[in-house]
Design a protein. Structure first.
Length: 303
C-alpha cells in the first residue's frame, strides 16, 4: 500500500507567492489610479463642453452677443454698463433676489457662493452647479456649504473655470476700463483693445478659446483669463496644473481640446507668483495660448 504525503509550501515558496501577490496588487492600484485620473479628466472635458455650448446657445438667444468673461463690475475707470453686467457669466457681486450677498468674506478671503453661479447669465444654459467644478480641482469645497447664512462657509472655491478675457467684451480685455481712462497706458497696452462682444466679431470660433481651468493664487478666479498679447511670454493669468501636463479648454463653437505643457517652467513660476509674470522658459506654452486668445485678430492659429 502506498502512502501519499502532502507537503506544504516551504518558507521560500510562500515568500515568492507573497511577492507575486504584492506586485499584482501594486499593478491593480496603479491601473485603478490611472483609470480614475482619466475618468476625472474626461468629466473635466465634459464640463468645458457644457460651458462652450452654453456660450454658443446664449449667443443664439441674444442676437449674437456672447457671455461676458467678467465676474464682477469694474471698480476702476468707467463703470461696467448694465448690458455688460447682464451678460456676466458669473454674478460674483451684489446681492441675490433675497437680499443676501453672493460673495462672503471668510478668514479674510473673498468666497463666491452658489448664488454667484446660479444668478450668472450662463446658468440657465448650464443648469447644474457641478459643471462649474473640475473633479481634478482639489481646492473645491463641499458644494452645498456655499450658501448664505451658513456659519461654516468653506474657505475653498466653488468654481474651477474662467472664460477667455478677449471674448464677449465690448472694447477690450475684460472691458477693464483702466486702460481706457489712464492716458499713459493707451499706447503701451493697445494690444488689449480688441472688441469681440458678438459672435460675428470672432473670426475663428472653432479655434478661439472659451473656457479654461484656473487655480488663482488669490482664491476665486476673478474675471477673465488671458496672456499678454503684446509682451512675449507674459502670463497675466496662469492655467490650472492639475491634469498631468495638459490643460483642457473649450472653444467658442462648443468643441473642446487640450493645450500641452512642454515643460515645468510655467508651473514653477506659478508656485511663487500670482499674476502678470513673464516666464521665459514657457515661450512654447505662451505661443500656444496666444494663438487661441482671438485668432484672426490677435495673431493667427497658423503662426
Amino acid at each position: 500500500m502506498s502512502i501519499k504525503t502532502h507537503r506544504g509550501f516551504t518558507l521560500i515558496e510562500l515568500l515568492v507567492v507573497i511577492a507575486i501577490l504584492a506586485v499584482l496588487v501594486g499593478l491593480v492600484v496603479v491601473v485603478a489610479a490611472a483609470m480614475m485620473k482619466q475618468a476625472k479628466s474626461t468629466k473635466d472635458m465634459g464640463n468645458h463642453r457644457t460651458i462652450g455650448q452654453a456660450t454658443w446657445s446664449f449667443a443664439a438667444d441674444n442676437k449674437g452677443l456672447l457671455l461676458h468673461p467678467r465676474t464682477e463690475p469694474t471698480s476702476i475707470g468707467t463703470p461696467s454698463t448694465e448690458d455688460q453686467i447682464d451678460r456676466f457669466w458669473v454674478a460674483a457681486h451684489g446681492n441675490d433676489a433675497n437680499g443676501n450677498a453672493r460673495v462672503e468674506t471668510v478668514d479674510g478671503q473673498q468666497v463666491e457662493l452658489l448664488s454667484a453661479l446660479e444668478d450668472g447669465a450662463a446658468f440657465q444654459y448650464i443648469g447644474d452647479v457641478t459643471a462649474y467644478q473640475s473633479p481634478l480641482d482639489e481646492t473645491i469645497g463641499q458644494i452645498d456649504q456655499f450658501v448664505s447664512g451658513n456659519l461654516n462657509i468653506p474657505t475653498g472655491r466653488v468654481r474651477s473655470y474662467s472664460l477667455n478675457a478677449f471674448v464677449g467684451v465690448d472694447w477690450g480685455a475684460d472691458d477693464w476700463t483702466y486702460y481706457e481712462t489712464a492716458a499713459p497706458y493707451w499706447f503701451g497696452n493697445r494690444g488689449f483693445w480688441k472688441s469681440a462682444a458678438a459672435l460675428s466679431q470672432v473670426p475663428q470660433p472653432a479655434n478661439t478659446m472659451c473656457s479654461i481651468g484656473e487655480q488663482d493664487k488669490d482664491g476665486r478666479n476673478l474675471n477673465g483669463w488671458l496672456v499678454n498679447p503684446t509682451t512675449a511670454n507674459n502670463f497675466v493669468d496662469f492655467p490650472a496644473f492639475w491634469n498631468d501636463g495638459k490643460v483642457n479648454v473649450s472653444y467658442v463653437d462648443g468643441s473642446t481640446g487640450s493645450v500641452k505643457l512642454e515643460s515645468n517652467a510655467l508651473e514653477e513660476a506659478w508656485e511663487s507668483n500670482s499674476h502678470n509674470v513673464t516666464v521665459q522658459g514657457a515661450s512654447m506654452e505662451y505661443e500656444q495660448f496666444k494663438k487661441i486668445m482671438l485668432p484672426g485678430v490677435i495673431g493667427s492659429i497658423l503662426d
